[in-house]
Design a binder for this molecule. Structure first.
Ligand code: PHE
Ligand code: ZN
Length: 867
């Protein structure tokens, strides 16, 4: 809507000022309470805000309130005209007394807000997004997370267009206001930082439910969506209740308000937002049914619903002192949602998936120009630091602390942390100290994980002395240099390690937790009478790169007998890497061990289908590239394709048999999901071996599917084939789902991910398809994000892919800088590519940096990528 409206104010020239963690100072003024009166209208909303402010400490400094694209209509202090000036975007108010009521009134145009920060319109709904610094787009405010206030909000709006009015906390009064208007008053008793403020107005319907907390309190739950989407909210509701119970049982955390509301909106920059008592979600993480959502969509919904719910304690009750501490809430909460999902399904498969994400997103980040510590030291635009490092590596840090301390001490530590810091804005250091105090374990060296960037590299070598019946494990670690950091100290790496007899296939002794804290060390194992296999970093206990000197046949055997599912999976992947890397550098490699392992996986009657599907999936092209000195996209693609077709043709019948097994679409049990997953993995390998047969099987799977998992799995295979079935299936899919925007995203995504010579052309055309829009982040990312992740096609030697991406980034930057900035990293790893491509990528980055009117967000990412 309102694409033609232009904001009254031209965007301010970006000030590219770096903020440093060491400069933190407590706020000059506190704001114990805030009353907002908001007259909502998409074309002109007015916000009258009354801040009760108190001087913090003994100083004479003025009150400085942040604003962004705000013009004050009125400023009053204790009811009188105030002494104020604008300093850039800041409103500076001189106040003589130690406490005062500061009232400001501003006007906004939500319909013209394309940044989706602050108050904006999405599909007829008015909603807010305030993290990190969006509240200043609604009202003048210190807008920093260490200023906590009690909010009272009165919303007024047209009743016909906006029958539902929601904000944080409890609904305390509501009524008619005349002229077709109505109002609602919401009070939130819990002090919170401004980034957790939220408001929604719209024509929404609730899916209502109830939850009885562990102490017997009744909580009313509601998921608010458009009427037509109500049938798609059951899974999110079930996930919410499961998450609430799990947090009680696992962390002793009980929900604290009488209401818990979730709202789904179509236009959203991230996944979802944990506003106190009123979580706002990207609709893709709420809406699902078997016809439109895949099993992984269902799993993602459960994970994100749980994540946002868990923030109620890890984020809202205990929040962050400053944005450098972001991982305090995000790393911890990701770890909590990972553990929840592991408990709800297969823990082993969940761990494999989480590690795959870590390796695909975080390891490259940590090895590239945008590498930063989990607790960054400096930023230009904080939104650029919602990264895989802060989130996913941050989660690994919490996981390592649990591994080091043990489950019981870890739980004592989290209890102490919540107790000690409830109602406060805390730091990463506070978290570690609570863990230390509760356990008595010194985490001094462990703290380096927060300050040193880069993925540690561990070398391991095992030798065996048959006569002495001992084995000796030599370990060493090093941490690569990253921008601004060299000469790093050794870190504390918890490595879960076991030896397995290569003859017997049986474990030798107990598993050990090796705490590698020095540059090198030696570990001795006794009672080792047969040649041992080394099973190390089990369950990926430390997020490191591992180089193990392997004996002939060791990986083959581990892939067969290691009882640790993760380590077993890893051994199989290592076998594949050997062949893939040899192939990519033009050497011949024996595919027999990989094929034998794949056969063993397929015929096993002990492995479950979900694990089988993991074990049969080849490493992604990008991961193969990460192990090469230079990324050669063409050679990697060819090598991977060759191995896939070798597996496909050798094991065609077994794959066809696996593909033939289905599960009823409505069955969402882990088993049924595993069967479907294996089915499409088998289909894909089968098609690699025999494209004709694969196309026919894929088309049949597509036509007969009673669920989106089978349908999308088939379409993904067809997408990269040259067959008449391909076009027919894509057309049918489009006609069936053209009015369902979340499914239409898949239609764009699948074409952008297709491995074909014409993908770049197709993608360029899709960018002017009538259903494409740069206003909707999901749609933009479906096309642009998936294309940029399609290594072989994106890195077309002509540079056409790079040019396309740079154009798309510059195009969206003028509308929504956050969306634009998140895609810059796809160009940012230019130094990893062979020189011709590297130069082309660099040139596009330079073109971006030199573009006039560039946002601060994109400037930071692009300039750091060139440095
Ligand atoms: N805090 C949100 C989460 O991870 C992410 C988010 C950040 C959403 C910024 C919107 C804006 O749960
Ligand atoms: Zn989060």
């Amino acid at each position: 809507m309102s694409d033609t409206l232009v904001h009254p104010e031209a965007p301010a020239a970006p000030e590219h000022v770096a903020i440093h963690r060491k400069d933190y100072r407590p706020p000059d003024w506190l704001v114990p309470s805030i009353a907002l009166e908001v007259d909502l209208d998409p074309q002109r909303t007015t916000v009258r805000s009354r801040l009760m402010v108190t001087r913090n400490g003994d100083h004479g400094r003025a009150l400085r309130l942040a604003g962004d694209e705000l013009t004050p209509l009125e400023v009053r202090v204790d009811g009188d005209d105030a002494d104020w000036v604008m300093d850039g975007n800041d409103l500076v108010v001189t106040i003589e007394r130690d406490r005062a009521e500061v009232e400001t009134t501003v006007a906004l145009v939500p319909a013209a807000n394309t940044k989706l920060m602050g108050l904006y319109a999405s599909g007829g709904i008015l909603c807010t997004q305030c993290e990190s610094e969006g509240f200043r787009r609604i009202a003048f405010h210190p807008d920093r997370p260490d200023v906590l206030s009690v909010y009272s909000v009165r919303m007024t709006a047209d009743r016909a267009c906006f029958p539902v009015l929601l904000a944080n906390g409890n609904l305390v009064a509501a009524g008619e206001a005349g002229g077709g208007l109505h109002w609602a008053q919401w009070d939130d008793p819990f002090p919170k930082p401004s980034y957790l403020f939220a408001m929604v107005a719209g024509d929404l319907q609730p899916n209502r439910d109830r939850f009885t907390t562990m102490s017997g309190r009744e909580v009313e739950l509601a998921i608010w969506v458009r009427q037509i989407d109500l049938p798609k909210t059951a899974h999110a509701m079930a996930s919410l209740k499961a998450a609430m119970r799990w947090d009680e049982e696992t962390y002793g955390r009980e929900y604290d308000l009488d209401l818990f509301n979730i709202v789904a909106v179509d236009d959203f920059n991230f996944g979802a937002m944990e506003n106190k008592g009123l979580n706002i979600f990207n609709s893709r993480y709420v809406l699902a049914d078997q016809d439109t959502a895949t099993d992984s969509d269902f799993d993602n919904i459960a994970g994100v619903v749980a994540h946002e719910y868990f923030h109620n304690w890890s984020g809202d009750r205990v929040t962050c002192r400053d944005w450098f501490q972001l991982s305090l809430k995000e790393g911890f909460t990701v770890f909590r949602d990972q553990s929840f999902s592991a408990d709800m399904g297969s823990a082993a498969v969940k761990r494999i998936d989480d590690v795959r994400v870590l390796r695909a997103a975080q390891f490259p980040e940590d090895a590239g120009p945008l590498a930063h510590p989990v607790r960054p030291e400096t930023y230009i635009e904080i939104t650029n630091f919602y990264t895989a490092t802060v989130y996913n590596k941050g989660a690994e840090l919490i996981r390592m602390m649990r591994t080091i301390l043990g489950d019981e001490a870890y739980r004592k530590g989290s209890d102490l942390y919540f107790d000690r810091h409830d109602g406060q804005a805390a730091t990463c250091e506070d978290f570690v100290r609570a863990m230390e105090d509760a356990s008595g374990v010194d985490l001094g060296q462990f703290r380096l994980w927060y300050s040193q960037a880069g993925t540690p590299l561990v070398d391991a070598r095992l030798s065996h002395d048959r006569d002495a019946a001992t084995a000796t494990l030599e370990l060493s670690q090093s941490i690569p240099d990253t921008p601004g950091q060299t000469g790093k100290a050794p870190m504390l790496l918890p490595l879960r390690t076991a030896l397995i007899g290569s003859d017997s296939g049986e474990p030798i002794g107990e598993e050990r937790l090796i705490l590698l804290g020095t540059a090198t060390t030696t570990v001795r194992f006794d009672g080792v009478t047969e040649p041992p296999l080394l099973s190390i970093n089990r369950d990926f206990s430390a997020p490191v790169n591992l180089r193990v000197e392997r004996r002939d046949g060791e990986l083959e055997r581990l892939a067969e007998v290691d009882p640790d599912p993760f380590a077993r999976y890893e051994a199989g992947q290592e076998l594949m890497y050997r062949v893939l890397l040899a192939g990519a550098s033009g050497e011949a490699a024996d595919t027999a061990p990989v094929i034998a392992a794949a056969r063993g996986t397929l015929v096993s009657d002990t492995l479950d289908p979900a694990f089988k599907s993991e074990a049969l999936s080849l490493p992604a092209e990008s991961l193969i590239g990460d192990r090469m000195q230079w990324v050669d996209p063409e050679a990697i693609h060819r090598s991977r394709d060759t191995l896939r077709s070798a597996i496909g043709s050798e094991l065609g019948e077994l794959l066809a048999a696996a593909q033939a097994v289905g599960a009823a679409g409505h069955d969402l049990s882990p088993k049924a999901k595993g069967i479907r997953r294996l089915r499409s993995v088998a289909l894909s390998l089968m098609a690699a071996g025999d494209p004709l047969r694969g196309a026919a099987a894929a088309k049949a799977q597509f036509d007969l599917a009673d669920n989106m998992t089978d349908r999308q799995g088939a379409l993904l295979v067809l997408a990269s084939l040259d067959s008449p079935e391909r076009e027919a299936a894509f057309d049918a899919f489009y006609i069936r789902y053209r009015d369902d925007s979340l499914v239409l995203d898949k239609w764009f995504a699948l074409q952008a991910a297709a491995q074909r010579l014409d993908t770049i052309e197709v993608v360029e055309k899709l960018a002017s398809h009538p259903d494409f829009t740069v206003r909707n982040p999901n749609r933009w990312r479906a096309l642009v994000g998936n294309f940029a992740a399609n290594q072989w096609c994106f890195h077309d030697p002509s540079g056409r892919g790079y040019r396309f991406l740079a154009d798309m980034i510059l195009g969206v930057d003028r509308i929504n800088p956050q969306v634009a900035a998140r895609q810059v990293s796809s160009l940012g790893r230019w130094r990893r590519l062979e020189p011709v491509r590297a130069a082309l990528m660099q040139a596009e980055l330079e073109r971006i940096v030199q573009s006039p009117g560039l946002s601060r967000d994109v400037f930071e990412q692009a300039s750091k990528s060139l440095a």
